[in-house]
Write a protein that binds this ligand. Structure first.
Ligand code: TYD
Length: 226
């Protein structure tokens, strides 16, 4: 890794509130984020945590408007505009929800997607470059990252097969071709290399129960063994 990238990586930190944790989930279409988030929320509630599930873009009324602006867009949005929209929604979510909620002890914030989506989608698949995305995050509050990120990794074939089974209408990103989705996987792999300590890659092609057990053991390490 060259020094510029190193400097960009070192600018990030996780919010420091004793006893509270910030977790994100990442993955391409069909990776299984949503069902795992439901199960992990239940697990943490059994352990007496106050669990708040958020999604990106979204989680604030401003963020939900930006979400609609992007995902329902019939025309192509310039990738630079896209990246800034996601960052705007993120800055608002961090200051108006994440930091406030984490200040309460025993809170876990679970965020469905975060900065690694921007690295993979806009940085790599939309060709803006990972360095540019990292630079966009160099100002507070965008330099805040989760304590841990679970990347549920599946390959393109698994994603396509799961999409066929679900047979849902496709949004702005989902309707793109296979080469876009292949680049997403490359982007996530790159993000995992850059943030080795934070991002835990989990094989999302396994059964729901197998993935859940793996996640649970990672979460136990983070929350109960440190
Ligand atoms: P969503 O319906 O939440 O996707 P999923 O159910 O797959 O999580 O839509 C969010 C879409 O926005 C998704 O296709 C990924 C994309 N996205 C980006 O391109 N960049 C980002 O920074 C974020 C947060 C999401």
């Amino acid at each position: 890794m060259d020094t510029i990238e190193n400097t960009l990586i070192n600018q990030f930190r996780s919010p420091a509130f004793p006893g509270s944790f910030f977790i994100s989930f990442e993955g391409i279409e069909g990776a299984g984020k949503s069902s795992q988030i439901v199960k992990i929320k239940e697990y943490l509630e059994e352990k007496n945590f106050n669990v708040i599930v958020l999604r990106e873009p979204g989680g604030t009324s401003f963020g939900e408007k930006l979400r609609q602006a992007i995902l329902n867009s019939e025309k192509d949005i310039h990738p630079v505009a896209e990246a800034h929209l996601f960052c705007s929604a993120r800055a608002q979510l961090l200051t108006s929800v994440v930091l406030k909620e984490l200040a309460e002890p025993n809170t876990v914030i679970i965020c469905d997607r975060f900065i690694d989506s921007t690295l993979a989608y806009q940085g790599v698949a939309r060709d803006l470059g990972v360095d540019n995305i990292l630079k966009m995050h160099s100002i507070f509050p965008l330099n805040l990252v989760p304590h841990v990120t679970f990347y549920l990794r599946i390959d393109l074939e698994t994603s396509l097969e799961r999409q066929r089974m679900r047979n849902l209408p496709k949004d702005y990103f989902e309707s793109r071709d296979n080469s876009f989705h292949t680049k997403l996987i490359e982007g996530y792999d790159l993000a995992s290399d850059l943030f080795k300590d934070r991002i835990k890659t989990i094989d999302g092609s396994k059964t729901t129960d197998e993935v859940y057990l793996k996640l649970k053991s990672e979460i136990d390490q983070l929350l109960f063994e440190k």
